[in-house]
Ligand binder design. Structure first.
Ligand code: AMP
Ligand code: MG
Length: 615
């Protein structure tokens, strides 16, 4: 098997982008991030090394932190020139090249090309897909030669081919052995060559995991740190590692009330009598020397006398008087009932790492180290408002055709539970002026703005215009239910910028997008470590069949129950419409059904996220 460490992934961005008017294609924005970043995200986990093939605009790519390998051929900017410098400069036995304008490339590209190359004992492997030709009603193989895995030993052949003036990606290998590896999804090899193609990919739904990655990449922990006394630090995130200033416990000490002694005194086979030299209480170290053949009465937590390594609990002693005890042989083993110095924590060791959520146990641990105040990230300020002419606030009469605004209360609750500072900006009418005024107000005061409504395709038009004026915001169709439309980006007013999360309007969609998209993003800004932000999934059997459409992620509201025989199973709450908020109040978990999943049969295992812990 070819290990991923043996492969250098080379992103080809050295072309001229001629068909788009000589643009730097890798920097074209898709879903709010450059094409090259999409390619890098998909390629990076598949290979051991990475490099970029570039001939200009190097400054645009520097932040990726990758080696930049320019073409060696001065006169020709095609992909083969990139491959050539890749084969020349890579230090691994294989190079995998991919174009910088293929944001959907397969996540198993390297693994499958490597398997195909090895199986055929080939020098290079390229991806092919099956294509239907309507004219002949036949299928034929379509090669994708720019997605290829090549042995670095193929370099002389490529050099010779280029020297003769050859320029064909599909023909350069000449006598070398080529393996064609069939991939099912033709879309995955889509190249963006024109603005229309970019717009077409932009209009496609993105997966939940892609949306999560894009969000994660777009934010960083807040820089501002505050020092808080422990009682105020509860539920905050540590902003620095805490190194233990002392050992806990500070001394070897007794785990029992009893007698401290030399364990080796008990190794014989007859009972032994030992003189009691001292009484040692917790917090009051002893004074007498305890040599072999003697012992000290000792209390739980009291410091072990020098040389003693074991404690015989008082209830195991055969006879005890003020001055001596008699113990059976081997009643304890050497080392028993002694706690070591530093058993909990050694001085100089990290006690808690930055990003840790300070829960009761962490406060206790900090106190045990004598630490009275800690550096934590400042609170995240989140402004939110609802949009919609049909919305009425509590206390207002409900005019015909109107509904009460529920999203603001759901959002308020979710944000407060997460530990954010909240700013409720009320209901905003569906008018460009009102929306702009609300966004300006929010942007001046908050780190993050969360809106609900106004982003579905019918409603999004003027929202889109306003957001485009105030900043850079991408509209996403996420392949999830509930919660398909969402806006995401950054806006700036008077030099102050804020992250914008435009959630859908339907009440359950607001909650689903909040928990699975907004929550991890906010937690990252709040300084949480990734572990604190991730939600544990439990696998349980579905009590009955669940309707599910293959091809999109669904979050269904579930009730986890235990039946009379103690078996746990989950069932859906009934109608799953994205407007049915009651389903959220009945549920105790979300059933997370991934895109690949089709209808669920009764008894099949499904993933759930418990509301406990989620909130
Ligand atoms: P929209 O995305 O604005 O088209 O909203 C989608 C649906 O969600 C519509 O039926 C709205 O009435 C409903 N909706 C939007 N905002 C809220 C809200 N704040 N509270 C309750 N329902 C809402
Ligand atoms: Mg609306």
């Amino acid at each position: 098997m070819i290990a991923k460490q043996e492969i250098t992934g080379l992103i080809l961005a050295g072309g001229l982008g001629t068909r788009m008017g000589q643009v730097d294609k890798g920097m074209l924005t898709l879903h709010g991030q450059p094409l090259a970043a999409h390619v890098l995200q998909r390629l990076a986990p598949q290979v051991g090394q990475l490099a970029l093939n570039l001939n200009q605009h190097a400054e645009n790519y520097r932040h990726f932190g990758l080696p930049i390998w320019a073409d060696e051929q001065a006169d020709y900017r095609g992909p083969l020139a990139g491959l050539q410098s890749g084969l020349r400069r890579a230090t691994t036995p294989y190079v995998l090249v991919v174009p910088c304008d293929s944001p959907l490339l397969p996540l198993d590209l390297a693994a499958r090309l490597a398997a195909g190359l090895q199986e055929a004992d080939a020098d290079l492997a390229i991806a092919v897909t099956q294509e239907h030709e309507p004219a002949r009603d036949a299928t034929q193989l379509r090669p994708h030669p720019v997605f290829c895995l090549v042995k670095t030993s193929a370099l002389p052949q490529l050099d010779a081919y280029l020297a003769e003036g050859g320029r064909k990606m599909s023909a350069w290998h000449g006598p070398l052995k080529l393996a064609q590896v069939l991939f099912e999804d033709g879309q995955a090899f889509r190249n963006i060559n024109t603005r229309e193609e970019l717009a077409a990919v932009q209009a496609q739904d993105i997966s939940v995991s892609m949306a999560q990655t894009l969000l994660n990449n777009a934010v960083a922990p807040l820089a501002e740190i505050e020092h808080l006394p422990l009682p105020q630090a509860l539920e905050r995130f540590l902003a620095a590692d805490i190194i233990s200033p002392i050992s806990v416990p500070a001394h070897d000490n007794s785990a029992m009330d009893g007698y401290a002694l030399h364990g080796s005194d008990l190794l014989g086979d007859a009972p032994i009598t030992l003189r009691v030299m001292d009484t040692i209480l917790a917090g009051r170290p002893g004074t007498a020397a305890i040599v072999r053949g003697t012992c000290a009465r000792i209390m739980t937590g009291a410091v072990m006398p020098a040389g003693c390594d074991s404690v015989v609990p008082q209830e195991l002693v055969l006879q005890a008087s003020e001055h001596s005890i008699t113990v059976a042989p081997q009643v304890v083993r050497p080392g028993d009932n002694r706690r070591f110095k530093g058993e909990d924590l050694m001085a100089g060791q990290p006690a808690l790492l930055q990003g840790k959520l300070l829960r009761p146990a962490e406060l206790g641990l900090l106190a045990s180290l004598g630490i009275a105040s800690v550096p934590v990230r400042r609170r995240l300020r989140v402004a939110f408002f609802s949009t919609g002419d049909e919305l009425r606030s509590l206390g207002e009469p409900l005019d015909a055709g109107c509904i009460y605004d529920s999203n603001r209360y759901t959002l308020l609750g979710m944000l407060q539970r997460l530990g954010c500072e909240v700013l409720d900006l009320g209901i905003v009418k569906d008018s460009p002026e009102a929306l702009e005024a609300a966004l300006r107000l929010a942007c001046a005061q908050a780190d993050v703005i969360i809106t609900s409504g106004g982003v579905s395709s019918g409603a999004a038009d003027f929202t889109r215009d306003i957001l485009a004026q105030l900043g850079e915001v991408a509209f996403w169709q996420i392949n999830m239910r509930p919660g398909r439309p969402m806006a995401f980006g950054r806006i700036a007013v008077d030099g102050h910028s804020a992250l914008l999360l435009g959630l859908p309007g339907n009440p359950v969609a607001v909650m689903a997008t909040f928990y699975f998209l907004a929550r991890p993003t906010l937690l990252r800004m709040m300084g949480a470590d990734p572990e604190a932000a991730s939600l544990p999934l439990l696998r349980v059997a579905a009590q009955a069949a669940i309707r599910k459409r293959r091809g999109r992620t669904e979050y269904q509201r579930g009730i986890l129950e235990r039946d009379a025989s103690g078996q746990q199973h989950v069932r859906v709450t009934g109608a799953q419409g994205s407007g049915i908020l009651r389903s959220m109040t009945q549920a105790n978990c979300m059933i997370v059904l991934p895109a690949e999943q089709g209808p669920v049969a009764a008894g099949e295992l499904v993933d759930i996220v418990l509301f406990q812990g989620l909130t």
